[in-house]
Design a protein around this ligand. Structure first.
Ligand SMILES: CC(=O)N[C@H]1[C@@H](OP(=O)(O)OP(=O)(O)OC[C@H]2O[C@@H](n3ccc(=O)[nH]c3=O)[C@H](O)[C@@H]2O)O[C@H](CO)[C@@H](O)[C@@H]1O
Ligand SMILES: C=C(OP(=O)(O)O)C(=O)O
Length: 420
């Protein structure tokens, strides 16, 4: 099994290319289920979750082709021959639940394994199911599977989400593109990845308005067609490397980084003493002085993203003074705390808040990755720590970050992947 060896203490200097967004690319691939023609996606990140999603789509009968031999341009499309999403794939990757809406809309039936909980929380899918029922789907839960049917097709309707769930918004949005009549999704999530999905669906012929607002209106069409679309840059990867510069010090240009999607993260970084400036084609991040403690609370977009919480906490662990990090999106997203503590961080968790008392230095230690973003928080701590950090279970990291060791060592970090 792969592990990372990190020797800390070096500032970062240079450039890091930011890849396509995992949390957009996964949904854009799924959108390929909505048409029999070819959807060609560019700027696709080369990460394990994309390979898992490609496997899932292939087992629905749809073709997924690697057009340039690097995994960066994929085409998806074709006939759906199997409407079951099996437990072994869904349990590996929760985003698999997003095939439910498109399968129902195009094939009029779907059998999708219930995803269950994961390291960051119980993560129910009740809003996805209630929303699809409002569009006329008949849904039964049996044997750990969602059995859904819409024998006469889906019917447009008004759906009010009790919480602005990203996944429920995306599932309903995709389903509604082929439903008969008008659908309104009220209290829709406003994450930039949803605007990217709307951009792609619109390029495929969908009729959607309200992008960027909490109310989306979709006028169903009888079929979608093929298109070519580029995945947006990954704002979370960009924010993660910004934290790397923050914690290690230095001066790095994050190529392709778009500060417009990172407002709350940039404000928190600046408050902590990290300089961030948008340059043409890159986000430049610098840090020279000592970091200062700040308080952050995770919220739906445009608030501070939960997917940046673990990385930001690593940075705060070496900031001067006390900080408070409050997690409001997931009930159990502090799995990185005990591991950071093993490296010398002083963090106490009280319910949904963590109090961090900044220390003057961390020390390298063997640590274990528990989920995707928690894994990166341990790399960040390792970059600042004295001595060697050995990070195991890096398969969590490989789900969502491409070429981590190459990107960081290209800027002077001492990090290598070993397999033993
Ligand atoms: C693949 C992908 O894009 N994942 C992102 C997506 O996850 P995901 O789409 O799963 O996140 P949601 O916005 O749906 O979940 C937010 C909260 O709502 C709850 N909930 C959600 C749906 C539901 O039917 N019932 C319910 O109770 C969840 O358990 C969670 O506590 O948005 C999250 C919030 O920005 C990010 O952290 C994830 O990285
Ligand atoms: C939580 C995440 O992903 P997923 O929803 O796929 O678990 C994430 O990207 O941080």
């Amino acid at each position: 099994m792969d592990r990372f060896l990190i020797r800390g203490g070096r500032p970062l200097h240079g450039e890091i290319p930011i890849g396509g967004a995992k949390n957009s690319a996964l949904k854009l691939l799924v959108a390929g289920l909505l048409t029999s023609e070819r959807l060609v996606l560019g700027n696709v990140p080369r990460i394990a979750d994309i390979a898992t999603m490609s496997d899932l789509l292939r087992q629905h009968g749809v073709e997924v082709e690697d057009l340039d031999g690097t995994g960066g341009t994929l085409s998806v499309g074709g006939a759906i021959t199997n409407t079951e999403a099996p437990y072994d794939i869904v349990s590996k990757m929760r985003a698999s639940i997003l095939v439910l809406g498109p399968l129902l809309a195009r094939a009029r039936e779907a059998r999708v394994s219930l995803p269950g909980g994961c390291a960051i929380g119980t993560r129910p899918v009740d809003m996805h199911l209630k929303g699809l029922e409002s569009l006329g789907a008949e849904i039964r839960l049996e044997g750990g599977y969602i059995d859904a049917r819409a024998p006469n097709g889906l019917l447009g309707s008004r759906v009010v989400l009790p919480f602005a769930s990203v996944g429920a918004t995306e599932n309903l949005l995709m389903a509604a593109t082929l439903a008969e009549g008008r659908t309104e999704i009220v209290n829709a999530a406003r994450e930039p990845e949803i605007a990217d999905l709307i951009g792609c669906l619109s390029a495929m012929g969908a009729r959607i308005s309200g992008e960027g607002t909490g109310t989306l209106t979709i006028d169903g069409v009888s079929a979608l067609h093929g298109a070519r679309y580029d995945v947006m840059p990954d704002r979370i990867e960009c924010g993660t490397y910004a934290c790397a510069v923050g914690i290690a010090g230095g001066d790095v240009r994050l190529l392709g980084g778009d500060g417009a999607h990172l407002g709350a993260v940039i404000r928190a970084l600046e408050e902590a003493g990290v300089e961030v400036s948008q340059e043409p084609g890159a986000l430049r991040v610098r840090r020279q002085g000592r970091l200062q403690g700040v308080d952050v609370m995770t919220e739906p977009y445009p608030g501070f993203p939960t997917d940046m919480q673990a990385q930001f906490m690593a940075l705060l662990s070496v900031a001067e003074g006390a900080s408070m990090v409050t997690e409001t999106i997931f009930e159990n997203r502090f799995m990185h705390v005990p591991e950071l503590s093993r490296m010398g961080a002083r963090i106490n968790v009280h319910g949904s808040s963590a109090i961090i008392r900044g220390v003057s230095g961390l020390s390298g230690a063997p640590v274990m990755a528990t989920d995707l973003r928690a894994s990166f928080s341990l790399i960040l701590a390792g970059l600042a720590a004295e001595g060697e950090t050995v990070l195991s279970r890096v398969y969590h990291l490989d789900r969502g970050y491409e070429a981590v060791e190459r990107k960081l060592s290209g800027c002077g970090a001492r990090i290598e992947r070993v397999n033993d």
